[in-house]
Ligand binder design. Structure first.
Ligand SMILES: [Zn+2]
Length: 468
């Protein structure tokens, strides 16, 4: 296992791509283009890229004769996606107890190597920028820096280092263990008591590399000793976090499932509420009035995963309650005009699977293009990078992806990303889809596909077959 992780790291090292920096113009061509902010898909789609930046994008772009043309066929060009809530430092398995033990036994170096795989999976799913909201042992710091230097492939990362927590709260790393087993945490592990220590922990995180501040204002699903909707920090503590972070030019994301915690966080001036499962009308009205984002994290795998993994009953019940309430809360938030941002909480569900979340946003009532915008122009505003990223416009960084088909008609297209460019460098590419005029690849029945290994070569599409 360790040996294979080393191999993966070496592979990632050799695969980290570099953009053409010699003035070459690259023209990306596809049947359609969505710019990430407007209300329509245009056809055909062209994006011109030079020196890592977008020169022009749209349906009326003339391709210069000297350009290197990449023809993507029956696909839709989109801005590189963003995810405002990931944890690239780890990924849950279907075994609760094994995960707990691994978190105590694995070396940070081993977890860092695993994290490089999660980063690559995220990038290949089309997410070229993430806001990573909580790590340990500075794994996020090293990963962010290694990706930025081109050592490993992954999304551009804005990181929180350690989440800030009440003692014994959802993000206290020793919560659930007996007294004395682990060193009692202090600000170096994100745990603080009172407004002055809250300021100290913000300064500590900023000192050691945080781009954004993450605070756990309420209880959570996966913690074992708290109520999921309990308010864990006082109004004065949250005000100190927000004031200190903003003074340092950093935004604040607050984990909050329950209404009281969310209201305190919003009143304190934090920038986004993460999860928001049980928000009442007063909390949503306050968010609407203050312009606070709701980062909706449906984590569709969690109930099944906890059941199969023999998680504690209390945790399973909390997961059912939170995920069961989320969609109705999102519907009320949409009706009130609260800003909805895209965040997956990936780590709970597998890294790279978050493309399936767009369909869940549509299921709650968002139009397909509005659902897409959550991970484009909306997240770009939440992350404070809208001047550089989030849309296909001249002058922006060339983060461009392509999905087969038309996601404005079928959001399932977002689960198969066929092309990923980041900073003008191609990171991932599958063969273009066959033109629609051709008959589909036989055989058509699922049953036949399940036994494709026994069929003649090419009779059924194999996972990975299109890799070039
Ligand atoms: Zn999270």
């Amino acid at each position: 296992m360790r040996f294979s992780l080393v191999l993966v790291a070496v592979a990632a090292l050799t695969e980290a791509a570099e953009a053409d920096s010699d003035g070459t113009i690259v023209a990306l061509k596809a049947r359609r283009l969505y710019d990430g902010k407007s209300d329509r898909v245009v056809s055909p789609g062209v994006v011109l890229v030079k020196d890592g930046k977008i020169l022009a994008a749209g349906d009326r772009v003339t391709i210069p004769a000297e350009a290197r043309v990449i023809e993507l066929g029956d696909a839709t060009l989109l801005p590189g996606l963003m995810d405002a809530h990931t944890h690239l430092s780890f990924e849950a398995t279907n075994d609760w107890a094994a995960d707990e033990l691994a978190s105590l036994k694995k070396e940070p170096t081993e977890r860092a190597l695993e994290a490089s795989r999660f980063a690559r999976a995220t990038l290949e799913a089309g997410f070229t920028t993430v806001r990573d909201l909580g790590s340990s042992d500075a794994i996020d710091v090293g990963l962010r820096n290694a990706i930025a230097r081109g050592i490993v492939s992954g999304p551009r990362m804005l990181i929180a280092t350690r989440a800030i927590s009440a003692r014994g709260g959802h993000c206290d790393p020793t919560e659930g263990y007996r007294q004395g087993l682990l060193k009692e945490p202090g600000i170096d592990q994100g745990v603080a008591d009172g407004p002055d220590q809250m300021r100290a922990v913000v300064r500590f995180n900023a000192k050691y590399g945080a781009d954004v501040i993450k605070v756990c204002a309420s209880g959570g699903v996966l913690s074992q000793t708290d109520k999921v909707d309990s308010a864990q920090l006082t109004q004065a503590e949250l005000a100190a976090v927000a004031d200190e972070a903003h003074a340092l030019g950093k935004r604040v994301a607050a984990h909050a499932h329950g209404s009281e915690a969310a209201k305190r966080a919003v009143r304190a001036g934090i920038d986004s509420i993460e999860h928001g499962s049980f928000l009442d009308d007063e909390a949503l009205d306050l968010m609407r009035a203050k312009g606070t984002y709701l980062v909706y994290t449906p984590v569709p795998c969690i109930v099944d995963r906890l059941d199969r993994g023999n998680a504690p009953d209390a945790v399973k019940q909390k997961a059912k309650a939170a995920t069961g309430a989320m969609e109705a809360t999102l519907k009320r938030a949409l009706a009130k005009g609260v800003k909805i941002a895209f965040g997956s909480d990936a780590a709970v569900c597998p890294h790279g699977s978050q493309g399936g979340q767009f369909a869940l946003l549509a299921k709650a009532g968002m139009k397909p293009l509005a659902a897409l915008r959550t991970a484009m122009s909306v997240d770009a505003q939440l992350l404070g990078v809208a001047d550089k990223l989030g849309t296909l416009e001249a002058g922006k960084i060339a983060d461009v992806i392509a999905v087969a088909g038309d996601p404005s008609i079928d959001l399932a297209a977002m689960t198969t990303v066929m092309f990923v460019m980041k900073d003008g460098a191609i990171q991932h590419q599958l063969a273009p889809p066959r033109p629609q005029a051709q008959p589909p690849t036989p055989p058509s029945s699922d049953r036949a596909c399940k036994v494709f290994d026994r069929l003649p070569s090419g009779a059924c599409p194999k996972r990975g077959q299109l890799d070039i």
